[in-house]
Design a protein around this ligand. Structure first.
Ligand SMILES: [Zn+2]
Length: 405
């Protein structure tokens, strides 16, 4: 299976300039391609095919005076950027078809992919090199990239195999990363009998059906507190001022630190759950739907999507099963002891006593019990995660680019 492995890069000032040029060119061809398709759509013309689009925004564009500088970066960088745009369109069309099909059956479903959008300097600082563009790992440990040079890389761990592509990103805190896509052989662990239900929540990160609760660790909460403080501080500074920019940088640095800490925590917990259990049942959450409510901030912080993606790929890697329980399943409304349906309860109700059997439940642990029971019955009917559903999942961090690098 394909996984991503991410490392910090330390480019020289000259290499930074070359990266900036490459990021800029990749963004321009992406946006040019998007504009071409948008214009065609508005003029009622047919969808511009992939090959035509690539030719228009790269080869043909380079002949124009206002795009001649596209020739200064590796052609593969431009091709890959156009490939990302094509992928974004395909995902969008597929998602649209899904919504239409669901509507015809009057089922509820949310759009999984939005219409492709123009990239800004903030959103589009990424370029991808494939192996045919002659990116190489040098014996001394440096990463050799066409038209950029030999970039110093921090080897936090070895790569398990030859990578097929590398994506270089620049984040808002000014850090460069190289993210390699590597084919990793699956290594199933010995089969065990245990299964666990996981309820992902806001008050505790995860409640387990064995009664354990896994909260966001203190160091992560502290970072989040500091982040909120800095954000307040930034909003008090005059817009466009030097101090505002300084404050923005500080917030950005805290953001990436909090994101790193969160990712580490998700890695530890997902690895442990997969090692200790043959089957992990988890509720699929409608993250996109919740994202528009006032819970959005907390949802974003909790990073449930990242966590469940880790569970899924680690299960595949180690021969375990992850069962995703339908998001409409009323896990917090059923009594796990007698099955009594108690109806919805406000979020502030943490403990409740079942009127059917008199058992007192912790809200989240009860939900985890229900998720386990539901998940095991789904698995018995041949459910569970279908293979091939988790292509090239971000091992450390997802990049803005498509997962199928
Ligand atoms: Zn009951």
């Amino acid at each position: 299976m394909r996984l991503r492995f991410r490392y910090r890069l330390d480019p020289t000032p000259a290499q930074r300039q070359e990266f900036a040029r490459a990021f800029g060119c990749a963004r321009v061809v992406y946006n040019d391609g998007l504009r071409l398709r948008e214009d065609a759509y508005k003029a009622d013309l047919p969808y511009v095919p992939d090959a035509t689009l690539l030719q228009q925004v790269t080869t043909a564009a380079k002949l124009r005076e206002d795009r001649a500088w596209l020739g200064e970066v590796s052609a593969v960088v431009l091709q890959q950027s156009v490939a990302d745009l094509n992928l974004a369109y395909r995902q969008y069309f597929r998602a649209l078809a899904k919504v239409r099909a669901a509507r015809a059956e009057s089922r509820k479903v949310t759009l999984e992919h939005r219409k492709p959008r123009f990239k800004s300097r903030r959103s589009g600082q990424a370029v991808r090199f494939t192996s045919n563009s002659r990116f190489r790992l040098l014996p001394g440990g440096r990463l050799s990239l066409p038209k950029i040079g030999h970039v110093k890389m921090r080897w936090s761990r070895p790569l398990p195999a030859e990578p097929s592509s590398v994506t270089v990103t620049l984040d808002c805190a000014g850090r460069y990363h190289a993210s390699f896509v590597v084919d990793v052989r699956e290594t199933p662990l010995p089969v065990i009998k245990t299964a666990v239900g996981v309820d992902l929540g806001l008050s505790t990160f995860a409640a387990l059906s064995d009664g354990r609760k896994e909260d966001n660790p203190r160091w992560l909460r502290q970072r989040q507190k500091a982040l909120r403080r800095s954000q307040r501080n930034m909003s008090r500074k005059q817009k466009g001022s030097k101090n505002r920019e300084k404050a923005r940088r500080r917030v950005a640095r805290l953001h990436v630190k909090a994101a790193d800490a969160r990712r580490d925590f998700h890695h530890q917990l997902s690895t442990r759950l997969i090692r200790e259990n043959q089957t992990v049942c988890v509720e699929t959450l409608n993250v996109a739907g919740l994202g528009r409510s006032n819970l959005a901030k907390s949802i974003h912080d909790a990073g449930w999507g990242q966590f469940t993606a880790m569970l899924a790929y680690k299960a595949k890697l180690y021969g375990r099963t992850v069962v995703k329980v339908d998001r409409w399943f009323p896990s917090s409304q059923l009594c796990s002891a007698c099955g009594h349906h108690d109806g919805p309860k406000p979020l502030k109700v943490r403990i409740w006593t079942c009127p059917g059997c008199g058992v007192t439940h912790d809200r989240d642990v009860n939900a985890a019990h229900n998720i386990l029971a539901e998940g095991l019955s789904v698995a018995a009917c041949g459910g569970g995660v279908r293979p091939g559903e988790t292509p090239a999942v971000a091992d450390e961090a997802g990049t803005a680019l498509g997962a199928t690098a």
